[in-house]
Design a protein around this ligand. Structure first.
Ligand SMILES: [Zn+2]
Length: 308
């Protein structure tokens, strides 16, 4: 079966070292990052990225104008950093919240706020979603489903976020290919109508070692670090593993990163122009590989029809 690639980009205000937000809020990651760098690259390769928008971006009139005038194919979806969403919205120095830690009522209010803000601003409902810090929990899928979302993309297989302050937020054992999740346990297969499109992550050999295994960072399909051959090899490995597991299903790769990573000084990952260019180069290597292999780059919300 054919393979497809999603490139899903968490889209936020400019950050800096230790993810501290710029004050006042700044959006070079939109104007320079998306408009001048990312979208032109996607256009050249006939690729359709998905920009998942955090509330502070949707509230910024100039960012919205810039996103409205983008050329080529792209999808806009939603990304919740709950600090920026009502009720109780504020501008945090660092976004720390995991939405699964809110009460069900507050999580629902914040997701409703984000969804209505998006719909009012762009004139259509968002169909795809990723939680800030991948922090979905037992209430998230039912709420997202009620709000009309079709695709969820917060599952990070082989990752346990307990050491990042989210006790029990674990995606160990989650599938690496799209699946209908258990509404109350999104890392497991179940009966939700929504489709989960996990971030493409593969284990390293050491990941399975007793005791030390959980301290070994698995390999992410993400241009942030590593080499051009590294990101392409990971894509090949997932395709091979998925083909071996389900011969008769389409294969979906899901690369993620942040819009601010391609701007020097706007994230912890690229403090210099050279570092930002390295991230762009690894992204381009992945897009070149996709084109060569006839792997179409599609939006997150294009995935459900592949499985229909
Ligand atoms: Zn985020």
């Amino acid at each position: 079966m054919r393979a497809y690639l999603c490139v899903s980009i968490d889209t936020e205000c400019d950050k800096g070292l230790a993810w501290k937000s710029k004050r006042p809020l700044a959006f070079d990651g939109i104007f320079e990052g998306i408009v001048a760098r990312l979208q032109p690259l996607f256009c050249v390769h006939g690729a359709k990225p998905t920009y998942l928008l955090s509330p502070e971006v949707i509230r910024d009139a100039e960012s919205v104008e810039a996103l409205r005038t983008l050329r080529g194919a792209f999808e806009l979806g939603a990304h919740l950093h709950g600090e920026y969403a009502e009720p109780g919205a504020f501008e945090p120095e660092v976004t720390k919240d995991f939405q699964r830690d809110y009460t069900e009522a507050v999580e629902r209010q914040k997701l409703t706020y984000l969804t209505e803000l998006f719909t009012r601003t762009f004139g259509n409902k968002p169909r795809s979603f990723r939680a800030g810090r991948f922090g979905i929990g037992e209430n998230s899928i039912p709420i997202l489903s009620d709000l009309g979302y079709e695709v969820e993309s917060s599952v990070t297989p082989f990752m346990d976020w307990t050491r990042s302050g989210a006790k029990g937020l674990s995606f160990l054992g989650a599938p690496t290919q799209p699946y209908h999740p258990d509404p109350r346990a999104p890392a497991k297969v179940g009966a939700s109508k929504m489709l989960e499109v996990p971030v493409t992550i593969r284990p390293r050999a050491l990941s399975y070692a007793p005791f030390v295994g959980k301290y070994v960072e698995p390999r992410w399909l993400r241009p942030t670090r590593g080499s051009e051959t590294g990101i392409v090899d990971l894509a090949k490995d997932e395709i091979k593993a998925a083909r071996a597991a389900h011969r008769d299903r389409p294969i979906v790769l899901n690369a993620m990163f942040h819009n601010v990573e391609v701007i020097a000084g706007a994230s912890p990952y690229a403090q210099t122009e050279a570092a930002a260019e390295g991230i762009m180069d690894r992204l381009e290597a992945l897009l070149v590989f996709a084109r060569k292999e006839d792997i179409r780059v599609i939006g997150l919300s294009d995935v459900p029809e592949l499985f229909a």
